[in-house]
Write a protein that binds this ligand. Structure first.
Ligand SMILES: [Zn+2]
Ligand SMILES: [Zn+2]
Length: 199
């Protein structure tokens, strides 16, 4: 399959032929229909977020399932799905026990520890996927799995919803686009990011 590979830190992306992955237990092979580009892709390419190279980035991937592992029961071939930043966590550490999986030290991230969506196919863990309604186009759905999901998470975890707004970055597209990658970049180090005001 063809994929956009980042060969090394701070290098240009290269379109290369790479082996098509085969699903292991709990996984599915998904034919990519859209893969959003995020500024976190730039941070990852420049090495601002630690990770191995060569790497296939892309953490806003959506597509159609073409193969499911025998043990996967909640998804079927033909389902339209997307996956977000977290592919898997340990399920045992304090953060996982608290329901804050994003801080798990064993987190495997999409396009970080697991191959991302800038390719013809990618593997997704079935438990990390969400069904996309038929009336939502793939191009519309893709950014929801990063920017939209991040905003939703901020609102969901905030002590009260009003206090979440400055941190959700959802008021105005400019604020959204600035705050989302900042929060994502800060997440591995558990920094808290202040709001960017666009007005
Ligand atoms: Zn993103
Ligand atoms: Zn954990």
């Amino acid at each position: 399959m063809k994929a956009a590979v980042v060969p090394a830190m701070n290098s240009s992306w290269q379109i290369e032929d790479v082996p098509q992955p085969q699903p292991g237990p709990s996984q599915m092979l998904v034919k990519m229909r859209a893969s959003g580009i995020c500024y976190t892709d730039v941070h990852e390419t420049l090495g601002h977020i630690p990770g191995q190279f060569p790497r296939i980035l892309g953490h806003e991937p959506v597509g159609e399932i073409v193969v499911v592992a025998p043990d996967v029961t909640k998804r079927r071939v033909g389902d339209r799905v997307g996956t977000a930043w977290i592919q898997s966590t340990c399920g045992r550490c304090e953060w996982c026990q608290r329901g804050r999986r994003m801080f798990c030290p064993y987190l495997k991230g999409t396009g970080l520890d697991a191959q991302g969506g800038h390719a013809e196919y990618m593997l997704m863990n079935a438990d990390a996927t969400y069904l996309i309604p038929d009336k939502v186009g793939y191009e519309q759905a893709a950014p929801i799995f990063c920017a939209g999901y991040t905003v939703y998470s901020g609102l969901r975890w905030a002590p009260n919803r009003m206090s979440a707004w400055p941190y959700s970055g959802s008021v105005g597209s400019g604020t959204w686009q600035c705050n989302t990658p900042r929060r994502q970049a800060s997440r591995p180090w558990q920094f808290r990011t202040p709001p960017i005001k666009t007005r």
